[in-house]
Ligand binder design. Structure first.
Ligand code: G3H
Ligand code: ZN
Length: 296
């Protein structure tokens, strides 16, 4: 996406968050209501925000539509709002997102063996560098090392393959970062995608610190929903610069919508019953942004 003259790049926003000891909130959307709820909260608090579109969300919203929406808000309000291609699984889908104008992309090959993860990630990084050079852009590439599950939904148990034993090892992270040249790393540090009904596992801030020291690049905490406040705070202090939240806002949206439909059984105008769902998202995002940005 083209930067406005006085608009900070996402790289600068992340650097600034790191220096301040806070984290940038990343929230996924599936529709315009989601975007409104998230943007309202970010504007109210005057803090930067990243909007995420995973492959599934992107298919529903539309790649170019997503880029156009974020660009319109950023330019109209001169506000630091950015678009990330969240969890893209192939070179082709990462390339398409970069070409469409996203600010950052995540190539997620966490399920693949390390060597294959490195090869595919490197291919995406090389393409981003090529585009950045050619078009004077600064698209960031993030990759994932260590599996943390895949679905932003309510879960009955911690997903198979996620355990303390499979958390990202600092030495692997160092090798991975050096071999790929990524801008940001999403590690496995006790986090899981989705919300476990009986409670999410605790995070491991010490592991965050070790990985950060070993790699020296910004770390991104995925699977933020259902995490205890104190775990967020400790991990942000130890090197997390971006936090992803999705399930919590999906749950809030659905509850808000159900409530509105219950209260207005005969209403057929979406713009009359959807504001309740937007407000529900805004509340969740506002609370999370306050925590991540250390706002009382
Ligand atoms: O990329 C998206 C996230 O990591 C969201 O995870 O649904 O557990 O909040 P979550
Ligand atoms: Zn994620």
């Amino acid at each position: 996406m083209v930067q406005l003259l006085n608009m900070k790049s996402l790289r600068e926003i992340i650097k600034e968050a790191d220096e301040k000891g806070v984290a940038v909130g990343h929230f996924n959307i599936s529709n315009l209501e989601g975007l409104h709820g998230i943007y309202n909260a970010a504007k109210k608090l005057s803090v930067p925000v990243i909007i995420g579109l995973s492959e599934g969300e992107e298919e529903f919203v539309g790649k170019e539509e997503g880029v156009a929406l974020i660009k319109a808000l950023r330019e109209r309000d001169n506000f630091p709002i950015y678009l990330n291609a969240d969890h893209h699984y192939s070179f082709e889908s990462v390339k398409a997102a970069i070409d469409a104008g996203y600010d950052s992309v995540i190539i997620d090959c966490a399920k693949l063996p390390l060597e294959e993860n490195i090869a595919l990630t490197k291919k995406c990084v090389d393409y981003a560098h090529e585009v950045n050079k050619k078009f004077n852009r600064d698209v960031l590439v993030e990759a994932e090392l260590g599996f943390i599950g895949q679905s932003s939904k309510m879960l009955d148990a911690v997903p198979d393959g996620v355990s303390e034993a499979t958390m990202t090892k600092p030495e692997d992270a160092k090798t991975f970062v050096e071999a790929t040249g990524i801008d940001m790393l999403a590690p496995s540090v006790g986090n899981v995608h989705g919300m476990v009904r009986s409670g999410n596992p605790r995070l491991h801030p010490d592991r965050v610190k070790e990985i950060r020291e070993a790699t020296g690049i910004p770390l991104v905490l995925h699977g933020g929903s259902g995490t205890m406040d104190q775990d967020f705070v400790a991990c942000i202090k130890n090197g997390i610069d971006i936090v992803h939240i999705n399930t919590e806002i999906r749950v809030a949206y659905r509850k808000g919508l159900e409530e509105a439909l219950k209260n207005m059984p005969d209403e057929v105008a979406p713009y009359k019953y959807l504001p309740e769902a937007v407000d529900a998202i805004e509340k969740v995002v506002e609370a999370r942004l306050k925590l991540f940005n250390n706002i009382q």
